[in-house]
Structure formats: C-alpha cells, structure tokens
Design a binder for this molecule. Structure first.
Ligand SMILES: Cc1ncc(COP(=O)(O)O)c(C=O)c1O
Length: 361
C-alpha cells in the first residue's frame, strides 16, 4: 500500500505497528512456539463431529448469545451459572473487549504475555508496567506503588505467566484485591496444566475476573476463550461485543467436545505435564542450558555461552520453531521459550539444541 492510500486517515500508532507475522508454516516444521497441544482428538471423534456439523444450517446466523455453550462451559470450567460467563473468539478477543471497556491505563507486571501490550496499543490504552522480581515473582509493593502513581483502570496478571511458566502468589493478589478497587484480570490460559486457580478471590473481590482458553488444552483451532466475571461486568462486555462473534461451527463443536470428549483432553494434558518434566530433566544434562521450573505446557530455557537468537535461527534451519524471547525484556536475556511436544519431538529438539551448542550442525 502506498503512503497516499493510508497517510492521514489511519491512526499513526497503527501505521507504526509491524503486525503479527502470519506467514504459512512450511510443511513438516516442528512447531514448539505456540503452546499447542501436540496430540489431536482421535479420528473417531473427528468423524462424529464431522457428521454432526454437516447437518447444521449455514444460511442462518448462529445463536448470538451462545447460550447453550455458555451454560456448559460455565458449569464445567468454573462451576458458575451462565450470567457469570462471557465467551470470545479466543481469549485474545476477550482481552481486546476488556481493554475497550476501560477509560484509564492498563497495568502489567512484565515480562508477560506480549499480546497485552499490543492490544493496549491498538485499542489506544496507555500502559503502565512494573518489573517482576529476578525470580519472576510478583512484587506486591511495586504493584501497589504503581497503582497509586498511575491510577490504572485494569491490572492484568497471567497465572501461570507466559513466558516464565511461574504461578502468581495468591497472597500478593489477595492484597491487591484489598487495596485496589479497579478491574483485576487473572489470565489462567495455562490453568489445565497448573491446576491452580484464583477463582475463589471473586467471592470477596467482585471486580476480579478469571480468563481461560480452550486453545492450550487442545482446541486451538476452534478459537474459544471463556471469562468468569461478575454479571454486571458481563453485561457491560455484552454491549461492546460484536454480534455473532462465535460461529455456529465453533459453538457446536465446542458443545459436543465439552459434553463428550473433555476426559480425552484431560488425559492428554496429564501426559504433557509428564513430558514437560522429562524434557526439563533432559535439558538439564546439556551444558549451558538451564530450563526453569514451569506450571504450564512450555519451558523457559536460559542458554549460557550462545546467543539465543542465533540458536533459534539454527533450530529453524533444522525445521524446529521455538520462540526467541530474549529481547522481549531485560529479565529474559538469554532465554528461549519452548512448547512441550510429543516425546519424539522433544527428543529431536533437545538433541538438535545440544548439537548446535557444541558448534554443530
Ligand atoms: C497468557 C495467555 N493468554 C491468552 C492467550 C491467547 O489464547 P487464545 O488462543 O485463547 O486467544 C495466550 C496465548 O498464547 C496466552 O499465553
């Protein structure tokens, strides 16, 4: 596009964005960069889903309130009725809607999920940040000091945090609940792997919301995020949600999978947790490699004696994609983030990494 085409009428901060790279992934690439579940549902489930979805009418708009799915997911994920539940086309869409609700700054504890900053920029929301401690724990004093100074509308915390894999300390969040009256979003995208939720804090803190995603447990292709929030917040979100934001295929597929196939996904999640610990043990035997403990389906891996960007490029040349986060934040210097794959995929990654660090291939 020429400058003339978009010079004056597009917000300069959008023109300054580079955008998220979305080039197709070459076939055969081992993707350890997007925190997907490496196991798909069995062919039998695909077949049953296919038969069911084939009968759906495609000429009518879907249920705009996704009422059946909201009820099912509310009960299944949170034990809550549907008026406490807001659904989005991925949790990214829910984050975007939440940011659109806020009049003031959004406060983040960094390093954290990079989409928070990007979504704040594209929704035109100012961002305040406090650094995490060196061990990636939350510093409640720093957060409360930033609350006083910046008067944020919303604090967003990832639990466990992407890309560190570390859980939040519930006492720090409890304290925040007592001393901050704005919105607090606890993003639990990796809850299936951590089993650790701050949902109960909603009882005493009505502005605390818990965000979950179906992507990481194995349904990334459906694009479905689920927010548990006070019904008053859900009603405000409903005013800005685009109509029919969830297509009929996603609604129906998620409903069927939620009713019939969650135990399969839960078994896969347990397997991934085991594979994570195996990979961590294996990486610890490679000289110069320090994988951090993780409650999620990825490992943050610190590399000594080699430039992680170079290592990520060499891995890519071998058809293995990991995420180079080393430039994202000073605390992440030297770090790569690696999603847990199947056992043979993790072996391939670990042995290729060892060879690269030895100066080959
Ligand atoms: C912390 C966190 N929140 C939200 C998301 C977005 O997930 P979804 O696929 O539901 O949009 C991610 C994806 O990586 C994430 O890491």
């Amino acid at each position: 596009m020429t400058d003339e085409a978009c010079a004056d009428w597009i917000r300069p901060e959008i023109r300054a964005e580079s955008g998220i790279p979305q080039e197709p992934v070459p076939e055969g690439t081992l993707r350890l960069d997007a925190m997907e579940n490496p196991f798909d549902l069995p062919p039998e489930i695909h077949r049953r889903l296919g038969e069911d979805l084939a009968r759906l009418p495609l000429n009518r708009y879907p249920d705009g309130g996704a009422s059946e799915l909201r009820e099912l997911l509310g009960k299944r994920l949170f034990g809550l009725p549907s008026d406490h539940i807001f659904l989005g086309n991925g949790s990214d869409e829910i984050l975007q809607n939440l940011f659109l609700l806020t009049p003031g700054p959004i406060l983040l504890a960094e390093p954290t999920f990079s989409m928070y900053r990007l979504l704040a920029r594209i929704t035109g929301r100012p961002v305040g940040t406090v650094p995490l401690e060196k061990d990636f724990s939350l510093d409640p004093e720093a957060l409360l000091e930033a609350v006083k100074r910046l008067r944020p509308s919303l604090i967003v915390l990832s639990h466990p945090n992407n890309p560190t894999g570390r859980d939040l300390d519930s006492r720090a969040v409890e304290r925040l609940c007592r001393e901050f009256s704005g919105g607090i979003l606890v993003d639990e995208a990796y809850f299936p792997f951590s089993g650790n939720t701050l949902l109960s804090l909603r009882d005493t803190c009505p502005s605390l919301m818990v965000l979950r995603s179906l992507s990481k447990m194995g349904l990334a292709a459906l694009r479905l995020g689920v927010l548990a929030a006070n019904p008053r917040i859900v009603a405000e979100l409903d005013k800005i949600r685009l109509p029919y934001n969830l297509g009929i295929l996603t609604q129906r597929a998620a409903t069927l999978i939620c009713r019939e196939s969650f135990p399969i996904l839960e078994a896969q999640v347990r397997m991934i947790i085991g594979l994570r610990e195996e990979l961590r043990d294996r990486l610890q035997t490679i000289s110069g490699v320090a994988p951090l403990p993780s409650s999620a389906n990825f490992l943050l891996v610190r590399i000594a004696g080699a430039d992680p960007s170079f290592v990520a490029q060499r891995l890519a040349l071998q058809g293995i994609r990991v995420r180079d986060v080393s430039r994202q934040h000073p605390l992440l210097a030297g770090c790569l983030r690696v999603t847990i794959g199947k056992r043979e995929e993790n072996d391939r990654f670990a042995s290729t990494l060892a060879l690269i660090l030895k100066g080959q291939p």
